[in-house]
Design a protein around this ligand. Structure first.
Ligand SMILES: Nc1ncnc2c1ncn2[C@@H]1O[C@H](COP(=O)(O)OP(=O)(O)O)[C@@H](O)[C@H]1O
Ligand SMILES: [Mg+2]
Length: 364
């Protein structure tokens, strides 16, 4: 299993430390299969004041002096660490009133509200509020604190994923057979499709950002998979002419990045998600990466030349023709020829499992 390092929340910064998010020439239909996504009607997160996004405690405030006092007032107690990412630490959290177990993501946002991390935070919360789905981690509660000692912090309480993250699960399980793999992949694409149907691109799809909850009744018979970590997710706006504004922000994890991002071209957030899904599936099937990033320049050349191969010696069996076709259509370097999300769902390799996963999601 390749160690997927280098959490690149590093973005190409424009002036003032803000990530550049320029409009490219809108690709017709955004490469999204011509499907019209709903226009974002409400205010965009960046226009909202932090106090409009979450409850803000300025410390010290009356009886509350520290962040722990605020946690106490919200009936939460943080216990052991569950995981860590670029800017956040995730703890096991107990709600003392209901005795429910949750996870709490604590994000340190620096000393002032102009920090670019505050922008990411606004997006993350705004999007978590919007997406409610069986295969997406649920938001329970949140608040902000601000103190001289610790600066600004965001506390996001969410559904606890008691099965840990999918990357560790895959490492333990080893390369999967196609039949084992399908019900897991189907849950991931079902969750991502829900986001896309709301006009939101995830932009940081990778195995570590998929969490697991034990559930014998899930399509895979063991875990429900939850898409998580919306720190880089964005609402994709229409540019007025029915086309979708393209992103320019360099984000995500290089190993899962589509060639158009690495080549600094404007890109569709939806189609870079499809590429990252291709890389995710490749790792599930092989525990290998499709491209060798020891030399990034060579990796990009290989992507563009479609120069990758199945490490059949590391797989349970040789890939079927359907899987070969599915993978090469997701790892298609020309984004306008890549599978669109509706085609990812509809492809022979996974459509039956996807439909089952969707029936379960609709029951909820
Ligand atoms: N709801 C949760 N339940 C259990 N563990 C979680 C939960 N959310 C996150 N984690 C763990 O914490 C890690 C970091 O969380 P993530 O949201 O991805 O943070 P970052 O934005 O810093 O990458 C995850 O990879 C996972 O191991
Ligand atoms: Mg993460």
């Amino acid at each position: 299993m390749p160690k997927v390092k280098g959490k690149a929340k590093g973005k190409s910064k424009g002036k003032g430390g803000k990530p550049k998010e320029a409009k490219g020439k809108g690709a017709k239909g955004g490469g999204d299969g011509g499907k019209a996504f709903p226009l974002e009607k409400g205010p965009t997160p960046s226009k909202l004041e932090p106090s409009q996004i979450s409850r803000l405690y300025k410390l010290p405030d009356g009886k509350m002096k520290t962040e722990d006092d605020v946690l106490e007032a919200n009936n939460y107690k943080l216990e052991e660490k569950l995981g860590e990412g670029g800017f956040a630490i995730v703890y096991f959290a107990r709600n003392k009133k209901s005795n429910q177990k949750h996870a709490c993501k604590v994000m340190k946002l620096g000393g002032d509200w102009k920090d670019s991390r505050v922008e990411d935070m606004k997006n993350e919360l705004f999007i978590m509020e919007k997406v409610k789905h069986l295969y997406i981690v649920k938001l329970m509660h949140h608040f902000l604190t601000q103190s001289k000692a610790n600066g600004i912090r965001l506390y996001i309480f969410m559904e606890l994923a008691d099965g840990g993250d999918f990357s560790k699960f895959c490492q333990k399980k080893g390369a999967m057979t196609e039949n084992d793999c399908k019900p897991y992949f189907a849950q991931i694409i079902c969750g991502i499709n829900h986001m896309h149907s709301l006009g939101i691109a995830h932009r940081d799809i990778k195995l570590q950002n998929v969490l697991m909850v034990k559930n014998e009744k899930s399509v895979s018979g063991d875990f429900t998979l939850l898409v998580s970590d919306f720190g880089l997710s964005r609402i994709i706006h229409h540019d007025g002419g029915g086309s979708i504004a393209l992103n320019r922000t360099i984000c995500g994890t290089p190993l899962f990045m589509a060639p158009e991002i690495l080549l600094r071209k404007p890109y569709s957030g939806f189609l870079v998600d499809v590429w990252a899904l291709g890389v995710t599936l490749f790792i599930m099937m092989t525990l290998e990466l499709p491209f060798d990033f020891h030399d990034e320049g060579k990796a990009i050349k290989d992507m563009v030349a479609r120069n990758w191969k199945w490490p059949t010696g590391k797989m349970k069996a040789a890939p079927s023709n359907d899987l070969k076709n599915y993978m090469s259509s997701m790892l298609e370097p020309e984004s306008n020829k890549r599978l669109t999300m509706p085609q990812v769902l509809d492809h022979k390799w996974c459509s039956a499992q996807f439909k089952k996963a969707q029936v379960m999601a609709n029951k909820k």
